[in-house]
Design a protein around this ligand. Structure first.
Ligand SMILES: C[S@@+](CC[C@H](N)C(=O)[O-])C[C@H]1O[C@@H](n2cnc3c(N)ncnc32)[C@H](O)[C@@H]1O
Length: 259
């Protein structure tokens, strides 16, 4: 099983998400450790770690990190972002079939990576593997985009992005056209993306890709967690552990591996 995605987008991914506050997110993750674990975990798996922004922060806070992602292009960016860091091991693997060398104290998966599991059996396979590689009572933290977000925010919207990448002294113009298509019946959202990378002579190289996310309800996710051997500890609307609002766009799950 292998994942093919995020090849065109990897180059602009961090630019797109520049405003995301991963330091506050890492504070939330550590607050969840304090709240739900008996002791601070030493080894963490960052599942679908992407360009490694969270992996890097948590390594800086003293954890030994394993970053798994299915996109070689995203992992190449992660390696660039993190430089040589003996605390981080990156593995190019699919989250539906990954293998680790041993168990970990906690698994985190940030920024709706779980929505990329588009079949129910993929979700089940991934959750079972997470359970398998967690220490007894280990913690699984992840977030998803909500049905409200798929139906009313993503919908059939189109976006254009015009920006600039910097590589040392070099400035690279980038332009991205992004079209969503959400089908309520199948609950699959398709994102068609074209990224145009410019060069110093004003020429542009076009790269296209299609991504898909699946919309899951809170109840479906709770049931898949229980089926995989987890106890659901909480579902939150934000980093303050508050209950999700009715129109929340992202919700956060905390689950304990029962063994
Ligand atoms: C929205 S990004 C999130 C990345 C990172 N967690 C972050 O916070 O920026 C989703 C990530 O999931 C990865 N991904 C999607 N499906 C995957 C799969 N089946 N196996 C492994 N990685 C996958 C993509 O390559 C991408 O890096």
């Amino acid at each position: 099983m292998s994942y093919k995605g995020y090849s065109a987008l990897a180059g602009v991914y961090d630019l797109f998400n520049a405003e995301l506050d991963y330091e506050s997110w890492a504070n939330f993750i550590e607050a969840a450790f304090d709240r739900f674990l008996q002791r601070r975990p030493q080894i963490l798996l960052d599942l679908a770690c992407g360009t490694g922004r969270m992996t890097k922060i948590l390594s800086g806070r003293g954890y030994d990190m394993i970053g798994v992602d299915g996109s070689a292009e995203m992992l190449a960016k992660a390696a660039e972002n993190c430089g040589y860091d003996p605390r981080i091991l990156y593995l190019l693997q699919d989250m539906r079939s990954f293998e680790l060398y041993g168990t970990v104290g906690a698994v985190i998966s940030c920024l709706d990576s779980v929505n990329y599991l588009i079949k129910e059996e993929d979700l089940g396979a991934c959750f079972s593997l997470v359970h398998n590689y967690l220490d007894p009572d280990g913690l699984f933290l992840f977030d998803v985009n909500t049905p409200h977000k798929f139906e009313t925010i993503y919908g059939d919207e189109a976006y254009l992005f015009d920006g600039e990448l910097t590589e040392g002294e070099k400035r690279i113009p980038v332009f991205c056209a992004w079209q969503n298509h959400y089908v309520k019946k199948s609950r699959i959202c398709t994102f068609d993306l074209s990224v145009f990378y410019g060069d110093e002579r004003g020429n542009y190289r076009r790269e296209d890709e299609t991504q898909k996310e699946r919309c899951y309800t809170r109840e479906e996710l709770e049931s898949a967690l229980q089926k995989a051997g987890f106890e659901v500890l909480g579902v939150f609307g934000g980093f303050d552990f508050s209950a999700p609002a009715k129109n929340a766009e992202r919700i956060y799950f905390a689950a304990r591996a029962k063994k």
